[in-house]
Design a protein around this ligand. Structure first.
Ligand code: ZN
Length: 306
């Protein structure tokens, strides 16, 4: 079956704070011609264009950053996941700052906007990469692994295990029979309570509120500490629910955290620049190993074309 390339029917504007920098950016997601792929343009930096490809990844510290000519775009993964999951091949993203808005911490705002109009079919056929051998990517230090098995269609299996009593061992799965928009795209990012103080000290969370993250409270904490955090985030009363999650959000799925890791994986692997026909099995995935895998696949594709 041949599938044509798709782009957007119109432009979509999003504005909001970045999770890591706290800076507000305004972003336009625009249609693009067939064959263009996904490209970012920093309108505040003379229009520098950065292709959304693994070649340009410069940082994976808690989010994925691409950079070209000294100009970066931070936290691209949720938008990349939405475009991949919805089947958008070509888009031109203009942004007037360095970080993509975190919005609600998932891909849902993009999905809601784009799905309301549907996509524009283009003339050219979508090109796939048919994997001809197994590829194993490992990060021994973090105990992470991603294996690609040749397969007639793309699917993803994710297992997360952080030795957390709250999370337990969670799994998530996507294949083309599963509705990405509902089952994956709505799932929000998460953070462990004990990491938040550390992240603040490292200047890694400046988003200023916790509306956009699930917070896992692994160990019982004194209410004083939660009250201090509520004040810091300018939130009403925070409590630890009996299941160990903070009451700042209501879970959309019991395994929302694993589903979010799947969302991130799909977004990071979109940086291959071509859809890969493979069964992807990921254990404890993260932006570092995800983008390393994307680069390995991309190199393989470029070598095959030589
Ligand atoms: Zn994420």
């Amino acid at each position: 079956m041949h599938i044509r390339q798709h782009t957007l029917k119109r432009s979509y504007i999003f504005e909001g704070k970045g999770l890591h920098t706290g800076r507000i950016s305004r972003m336009a997601i625009n249609p693009a011609p067939e064959g263009a792929g996904i490209r970012f343009c920093r309108t505040d930096k003379g229009g520098v264009i950065i292709e959304a490809l693994a070649d340009y990844v410069t940082s994976t510290a808690r989010s994925t950053t691409i950079e070209k000519d000294g100009v970066a775009v931070i936290t691209i993964e949720h938008l990349m996941s939405a475009l991949y999951g919805l089947g958008v091949d070509n888009a031109f993203i203009e942004i007037n700052g360095d970080e993509v808005p975190i919005l609600d911490g998932s891909a849902k705002p993009y999905i809601d906007a784009i799905s309301a109009d549907g996509l524009m079919e283009q003339e050219a056929l979508r090109e796939y990469y048919n994997l001809d051998e197994e590829i194993h990517v490992t990060d021994a230090e973090r105990g992470s692994e991603i294996i690609f098995y040749p397969a007639p269609e793309t699917s993803f299996d994710v297992t997360v295990d952080y030795n957390s009593k709250v999370l337990g061992v969670q799994t998530a799965h996507w294949d083309p029979a599963i509705d990405y928009a509902c089952e994956v795209g709505t799932c929000r990012t998460f953070v462990f309570f004990h990491e938040i103080a550390f992240l603040f000290s490292k200047n890694l969370i400046k988003g200023g509120d916790v509306d956009n993250a699930i917070v896992i409270v692994e160990h019982p904490v004194v209410q004083d500490e939660l009250d201090r955090m509520a004040a810091l985030f300018n939130m009403p009363r925070l409590v630890r629910n009996p299941d160990g999650y903070l009451n700042n959000v209501v879970l959309r799925y019991p395994n929302e955290c694993a589903r979010h890791k799947l969302l991130d994986l799909m977004g990071d692997l979109a940086l291959v620049g071509r859809r890969v026909k493979a069964r992807v099995v990921a254990t404890r995935p993260g932006h570092g190993i995800n983008t390393k895998a994307a680069r390995i696949l991309r190199d393989k594709i470029l070598n095959d074309n030589k």
